[in-house]
Structures are given as structure tokens and as C-alpha cells.
Design a protein around this ligand. Structure first.
Ligand SMILES: NC(=O)C1=CN([C@@H]2O[C@H](COP(=O)(O)OP(=O)(O)OC[C@H]3O[C@@H](n4cnc5c(N)ncnc54)[C@H](O)[C@@H]3O)[C@@H](O)[C@H]2O)C=CC1
Ligand SMILES: O=C(CO)COP(=O)(O)O
Length: 327
């Protein structure tokens, strides 16, 4: 199949290798001429250092060329860029399948990617591919399992068959809301897990944070129409485990730096990759108050990132909340 990948960051590049190995013709678009040049030389040192990229992957800086020549489009750009890029492709988009890889919520609208795309492009053939999958490992063919979710079973199945191979196993699911929310909110929990790492690497605290973080994701997800069991699967618990613990995680890293006393602006300035939780927490903070859903870890993470709260004080406040039942 002719496949076009929009975005040549770490995830788009790693996925391009999977798709090429599966026998597809792969074009990958980047807006960055340095990345384009590197890809033509068989590498992407800016986003995936140390990995050789087959030269049969076709790099491009022409977005229209990539879109019109693809039967399936993979969206591999940060959440906050999705609306802008969707507007750019609108005039020549021919209702091809879009497989989204981004995990986040839009800051001001609190919208999921599927909602943004349908606002801009209309009735999109949409699939979300999500789960515990660090690009650095996928690019090295380390066994990985993810979920392809779509309201249309056939689209989920096509995606499953297109992406799966011996080291990349794709399950199907019909809960788009749950899979999108699981992947988005776990990034915020991973920042808070990183804060614990930065302060002291406390195992008990981190286990509690992951477990209670999952409870918050489920509470919010249920209000938004997601299925609880989706959050117990790869796109929920699975991704929480990897992102809260992996040294590859950009979100966990941001938290670790905060826990060590660095300022958020300083951390962002020194990172060339996106840590989606920094933005998703903003989207959530206002909405959870309006929705009256209890998400204390999300609230404290926001206060530490944006209201200068001392992380130790935030932990103290979480521990001193009114005592309650677990469920
Ligand atoms: N890196 C990973 O291991 C994984 C990442 N993801 C998700 O995939 C999405 C992309 O992540 P990464 O590839 O890691 O990000 P990245 O930061 O490595 O790369 C992002 C790419 O998007 C491009 N980009 C940024 N803003 C843009 C704009 N306004 N217009 C056009 N292009 C723009 C950048 O030039 C770059 O090519 C994120 O939502 C992330 O959470 C999901 C699973 C794994
Ligand atoms: O979603 C991911 C792994 O599944 C990537 O997480 P980070 O963006 O924190 O690296």
C-alpha cells in the first residue's frame, strides 16, 4: 500500500521502518530541511539517533505530494499542531484513512484528535493507534503491543493488518474515546511519576501514583463516554506503566527535572521533542472543575508546573486529603 507519514519526529520515523518492513511504499513528510537531508542520508539524528533508516523510505518536504500519493495517512505530529496541519491538507485530502499516533488534548478546546479532525476535515475514516510503544525500542524491533481503535471495525482491522509484524502486535478495539483519553492523560501522570523520581526515586509513592492516576483516568473517561475496560488494557494501564517508568519517556523526564528543581521553561527550551503532558494538563485543569470530576493528581501536577507549587508540598497535600474508600 502507498502510505504517507506526516511528521518525521521519533515516532513517525520509527513507524516508517515498521511499515517499510511490512512491504509498503512509505513517504514521510517533514517541514524541517535538516531532517529531510538526514533522512536522504539514511538517518535521523535529531529525533532517533543511532538508528539507521532504510533509504527506500521516501522523505519529502512537500506535504501535498505525500498526501495525494497515499492510500493511508499516518499522523505523527504533536497534538497542538494537528488543527493547523489538518487545515493545510484540507483542499487536497481525498478522505483516505487517517491513522493518528498523537496522544494529547488540545489546550483551549480540550478536544481529542478525532474531534479536531472531524471539525476541520469532516467525516474522517479515523483510527487511533496507541499503547506502550517507545519509538527508541520499536525502531530496534523490540517486541511491542498496541491497540488500533476505530468506530468502524473494518478500518481497525485494516490498520491491524497493515502495521502488525513479528515484533509489533496490534489489537483492535472500538472504543476511540477510551484509547484517545488513555494515551493522553497517562502523559500527565508520567510527569508526576517523574517528579517522584527527581525528588527521591521512591518506589512506594510511584506505585501509588500510577494506581491512583489510573483511577483518575477512569473517572474522567467514564464522564466522557469511554469504557472502563479500555483503561485496564494496553492504551491505559499498559502505557501508564511504560511511560511512568521508562528512561525513554519525555514526559517522565520533564517531571524528573522538575523534581530536581529545574524550571519548566528551562526544561522545554532544552528539549527538541514534545512532552505532550505539559499541554494536556492545561487542557484538563479547567475542564475537571467544570465537569466536577475528582482528579487530585492532575490538579497538583498543574499547580507544580504552572503555579510554582513546591512538589513536596503537593505530595503532602495529596497525602493529607480527606480519608476515603478506595473505590
Ligand atoms: N516518541 C514516542 O515514542 C511516541 C510518541 N507518541 C506520540 O506521537 C506524537 C509525536 O511524537 P514524537 O514523534 O515523539 O514527537 P517529536 O517531537 O519527536 O516530533 C514531532 C514532529 O512533528 C513536527 N512538528 C512539530 N510541530 C509541527 C507543526 N506545527 N507543523 C508540522 N510539523 C510539526 C516536528 O518537526 C517533528 O518532525 C506525540 O503526540 C507523542 O505523544 C506516541 C507513541 C510513542
Ligand atoms: O507514548 C509514549 C510511549 O508509549 C511516549 O511517551 P513519551 O512522550 O513520554 O516519551
Amino acid at each position: 500500500m502507498n502510505i504517507g507519514i506526516i511528521g518525521a519526529g521519533s515516532w513517525g520515523t520509527a513507524i516508517s521502518k515498521i511499515l517499510l518492513n511490512n512491504g509498503h511504499t512509505v513517504r514521510i513528510w517533514t517541514r524541517d530541511t535538516n531532517v529531510y537531508e538526514s533522512l536522504t542520508n539514511g538517518e535521523n539524528p535529531y529525533y532517533l539517533p543511532g538508528i539507521s533508516i532504510p533509504k527506500t523510505i521516501i522523505p519529502s518536504i512537500d506535504l501535498k505530494d505525500v498526501v495525494v500519493n497515499s492510500k493511508l495517512i499516518v499522523l505523527a505530529i504533536p497534538t497542538q499542531a494537528v488543527r493547523e496541519v489538518a487545515k493545510q491538507i484540507k483542499s487536497y485530502y481525498q478522505n483516505q484513512i487517517i491513522v493518528n499516533l498523537a496522544k494529547g488534548l488540545e489546550i483551549n478546546s480540550q478536544k481529542r484528535i478525532s474531534e479536531i479532525l472531524s471539525e476541520v476535515l469532516g467525516n474522517v475514516k479515523y483510527v487511533i493507534l496507541s499503547g506502550p510503544s517507545h519509538a527508541e525500542e520499536v525502531a530496534r524491533d523490540i517486541p511491542t503491543s498496541v491497540v488500533a481503535a476505530s468506530e468502524n471495525k473494518n478500518l481497525a482491522k485494516i490498520t491491524q493488518e497493515t502495521f502488525s509484524n513479528v515484533s509489533f502486535r496490534v489489537y483492535t478495539n472500538d472504543d476511540v474515546i477510551g484509547v484517545e483519553l488513555g494515551g493522553s492523560i497517562k502523559n500527565v501522570i508520567a510527569i508526576s511519576a517523574g517528579i517522584i523520581d527527581g525528588i527521591g526515586g521512591w518506589d512506594n509513592s510511584k506505585a501509588a501514583l500510577i494506581t491512583r492516576g489510573l483511577a483518575e483516568i477512569i473517572r474522567y473517561g467514564k464522564k466522557k463516554g469511554a469504557k472502563k475496560e479500555t483503561f485496564m488494557g494496553l492504551a491505559g494501564l499498559g502505557d501508564l506503566i511504560v511511560t511512568c517508568n521508562s528512561l525513554h519517556s519525555r514526559n517522565r523526564y520533564v517531571g524528573e527535572m522538575i523534581g530536581r528543581g529545574k524550571k519548566l521553561n528551562e526544561i522545554i527550551e532544552n528539549m527538541n521533542m514534545v512532552a505532550e503532558g505539559i499541554y494536556t494538563v492545561k487542557a484538563l485543569y479547567d475542564e475537571i472543575k467544570a465537569l466536577k470530576v475528582e482528579m487530585p493528581i492532575i490538579e497538583k501536577t498543574y499547580e507544580v508546573l504552572y503555579l510554582n507549587k513546591d512538589p513536596r508540598k503537593a505530595i503532602h497535600e495529596l497525602m493529607m486529603r480527606e480519608l476515603k474508600d478506595e473505590n
